[in-house]
Design a protein around this ligand. Structure first.
Ligand SMILES: *[C@@H]1O[C@H](CO)[C@@H](O)[C@H](O)[C@H]1NC(C)=O
Length: 555
């Protein structure tokens, strides 16, 4: 029986591969989108006027984009004829252009937003009510916090700024949303400590020391934008440079020290690799982290002092962070990559590795050999066959590029500005103002009959409670799952707060007499430790083909 079914699976796989190849060939012949490997590329906007250094999808299907006020004029005017006047501004003392924009996924349109202090290399998370909470930056904005509350009548919502509300300057810090709904803001240049935001009271100006960050700082730093993941035990996994700790942030105690990653090369800014918490199973008892790419020690200094571009790292390390004495399992990507972005796909079984360079480091003018081919990493496949090369894109996405999952299953790709201004000519890699969508192979129209379509409205769900999901489908497989993905804050190759949970579900049951309508009952994560409160995208996945997601709010 077991043998028979696995043989069946192989035959099915073989035929779906044939259909796949045929469909991809047909799409390429029809001239739609780019590429003939897995997935396709589409140019959404040739310019939104602002380079997407930071991106955050909100639950109105709009993406807040921003870079920095120190880059000189952007290609988008501030609304209402506003200008920013700042006498100490290094680039432009009066700037009437926007450095933030809102991209509307549904209508494929954008509008300028007003941010008047510097958000360069900052961090953020989404509060339980769906408000983007962004912290820090540089220059006049390094201790500021800014909020953006999404609204349906988009003309009426915008950024709101609070000055000097952080205890210290937070430039290149990492934020993680906590089970209590606050964000913890960790590190930043010269800051070997953490704090929380919002403050529980105005007098809370404390920073809590984190010596791990000074211990992992080297002559290139290599510990900025630490990789932070909320573990299922409520502690924080924090990776900086080439190693990690498990931090009980409530007691400020290091509860576990993970071994140094084999090879010892740095993975954090400016030797920027990327990292994800791998998808969590229903009622998880274990959690794993994957760290991929980066740059060998010395890469940054090699470029800055000698103009030598060093080949990026081609290794990934994977570790079971819940183990008492875990070890790193190393894997080799098909090509080296620094400044890649990692996106958890809604199938619950795929990590997209996209953007970045084959040589150099993360800083102005320091990347070369753009890597145009994304990779899929399939965490449950056999070791040695986990990477699948995807269709090649056409636009280099180097330093200051980003990628975020959209509710419809596409990945929005933007940014790339390796210059300290907007530069469009006489450079190898001009400032990119375009937005593209990468559509993973599951969006191939050949799978239309297998794609579930959820017919439930936006839901409010409670921890540990069951909730029904009704969906329509042409051809139901016997493996239906429900996944739940957080909208992440993407910048500098790190998607902060990125989390994907596979939920416990019942078998689908046909509903009423309408053919092709089914219902599954899913169980919400039991605690806010597994899924901090807020908005998530929920998908029904039929044999590897996800539905378009719906927004749910968990509380
Ligand atoms: C941005 O504006 C500059 C100056 O007007 C122009 O030269 C350039 O082509 C524009 N770039 C894009 C991508 O729209």
């Amino acid at each position: 029986m077991e043998l028979l079914s696995s043989a069946h699976v192989r035959v099915l796989l073989f035929f779906s591969l044939l259909i796949f190849t045929a469909a991809a060939g047909a799409a390429a012949a029809a001239g739609g989108g780019g590429g003939s490997g897995g997935g396709r590329w589409d140019l959404l906007q040739s310019s939104i006027g602002v380079s997407a250094m930071h991106m955050q999808l909100l639950h109105n299907d709009r993406v807040v984009v921003f870079d920095s006020t120190t880059l000189g004029p952007s290609n988008l005017s501030l609304p209402g004829g506003a200008c920013r006047r700042y006498p100490n501004e290094p680039a432009l003392k009066v700037d009437c252009t926007a450095h933030s924009a809102e991209y509307d996924v549904t209508t494929n349109s954008f509008r300028p937003l007003t941010v008047l202090t510097d958000t360069l290399c900052s961090s953020g998370s989404v509060a339980p009510d769906g408000t983007l909470v962004q912290t820090g930056g540089s220059n006049d904005g390094d201790r500021n916090a800014r909020t953006f509350r999404p609204c349906s009548n988009s003309a009426t919502c915008g950024w709101s700024e609070a000055s000097n509300v952080l205890a210290v300057s937070r430039w290149y810090a990492t934020n993680q949303i906590l089970p209590d709904g606050r964000a913890i803001v960790i590190g930043g240049r010269g800051q070997f400590n953490y704090e929380f935001y919002p403050k529980t009271n105005a007098a809370d100006t404390a920073t809590i020391p984190l010596p791990f960050l000074s211990q992992t700082s080297d002559p290139e730093e290599n510990n900025l934008y630490p990789f932070v993941h909320l573990n299922i035990d409520g502690n924080l996994f924090i990776f900086a440079n080439n190693r990690a700790i498990l931090l009980d942030y409530k007691k400020n105690a290091v509860v576990r020290t993970y071994p140094k990653m084999p090879g010892g090369d740095p993975r954090n800014y400016p030797s920027t690799g990327s990292s994800v918490l791998l998808p969590l199973k229903p009622s998880p008892t274990e959690a794993e982290v994957l760290v991929c790419g980066g740059a060998p020690a010395g890469s940054y200094l090699q470029v800055s002092q000698h103009g030598t571009f060093v080949r990026a790292l081609e290794t990934c390390g994977r570790i079971k962070i819940t183990d008492e004495a875990p070890t790193w399992a190393m894997e080799i990507m098909p090509m080296p990559r620094v400044m890649g972005d990692m996106v958890l796909l809604p199938t619950g079984d795929e990590v997209l590795i996209i953007n970045g360079a084959g040589m150099g480091a993360a800083a102005w003018e320091m990347g070369q050999n753009p890597v145009l081919m994304p990779l899929l990493y399939r965490p449950r496949a056999l070791s040695g066959s986990r990477f699948v090369v995807q269709s090649q894109g056409t636009i280099p996405r180097l330093y200051h590029s980003t990628a975020v999952l959209l509710r419809d299953g596409r990945v929005l790709v933007g940014g790339s500005n390796p210059h300290n201004r907007y530069v469009f000519s006489n450079v190898e890699y001009p400032t990119e103002l375009s937005l593209e969508a990468f559509s993973p192979e599951y969006l191939n129209p050949a799978f239309a009959a297998s794609r579930p379509s959820i017919i439930s409205p936006l839901l409010l769900i409670s921890y540990g409670k069951q909730f029904p999901l009704r969906f329509r489908i042409g051809s139901l497989a016997n493996t239906v799952s429900v996944t739940m993905a957080s909208p992440a804050f993407a910048t500098h190759s790190l998607s902060m707060n990125q989390r994907l949970l596979i939920l416990g579900t019942t078998e689908p049951v046909a509903v009423g007499r309408t053919a092709g309508v089914y219902e599954v009952v899913a169980t919400a994560p039991v605690t806010a430790t597994l899924a901090p409160p807020g908005y998530y995208m929920v998908f029904v996945v039929n044999n590897g083909i996800p539905s378009e997601g719906i927004w749910i709010q968990i509380q």
